[in-house]
Design a protein around this ligand. Sequence first.
Ligand code: NAI
Length: 251
Amino acid sequence: MKLLEGKVAIVTGAARGIGAAIALKLAEQGAHIAFTYVSDSSADKAAVLEAEIKKLGVNAKAYKANAADFGACEILVNDVLTNFGAIDICVNNAGISKDNLLLRMTAEQWDEVMDTNLKSVFNMTKQVIRPMMKAKSGSIINMSSIIGIRGNAGQSSYAASKAGIIGFTKSIALELGSRNIRCNAIAPGFIETDMTHYLNEGEAGKAFLDKIPLGRFGKAEEIANTTLYLASELSSYVTGQVISACGGLNI
Ligand code: NAI
């Protein structure tokens, strides 16, 4: 018996990187996968991933939906319920960074990061708790970051959005625990994806590497494994928690 046999999971921002690894990992364990992408340029990648997931013997469908847009999330969740009949797991993974020192940061950059990283989590969670409350079961997993715990110079908007996710996660766990809906966050360290391509380019990356006890950057699949734990009954007594998957990073 697979860990997520017959469950339905929705994963935001999954055309590439950590989201794609999560979609594949949950599908390998028997979950049907609805996932989103936002830009037309990701449509081809999303189609390839959809086909790859279907080869694992589960249903899969890619949806073009902006997680930062409340109305789009409402439509998305209704569509997923029509197509899949349930939502058991929601992984709020979509995120961006617009790194800049506060002196140079514009209000537009701040808003874009907060809307994409934090408001998106509200948008999706607000919608998915309806079917989860009816089913008296659900697991919501929010992608925070070690930067949301520690802060980082040049990343104030990103850090604030990821710290906000932690406060939101803990509050929803308190609100919905009695309904058997769990809500947890993951705080990845530095994971090799498009978002962190700069890590392999010179001094900045090396400086971070020196601070990681495990001596390497993480892989998207390692965050997918943590997500699988939180999505499945392996974590049935875990809610309101932040799991750091960061190689012991201490910045
Ligand atoms: P990525 O940039 O490779 O992937 C992010 C995905 O989110 C992309 O597919 C992008 O199209 C999508 N996305 C962006 N805005 C969206 C929107 N408005 N609606 C729907 N989808 C949207 O980044 P990566 O590394 O895979 O990051 C995934 C999550 O993990 C993000 O929330 C990121 O902040 C978080 N994270 C990543 C770390 C890393 O080292 N890579 C470390 C800590 C957290």
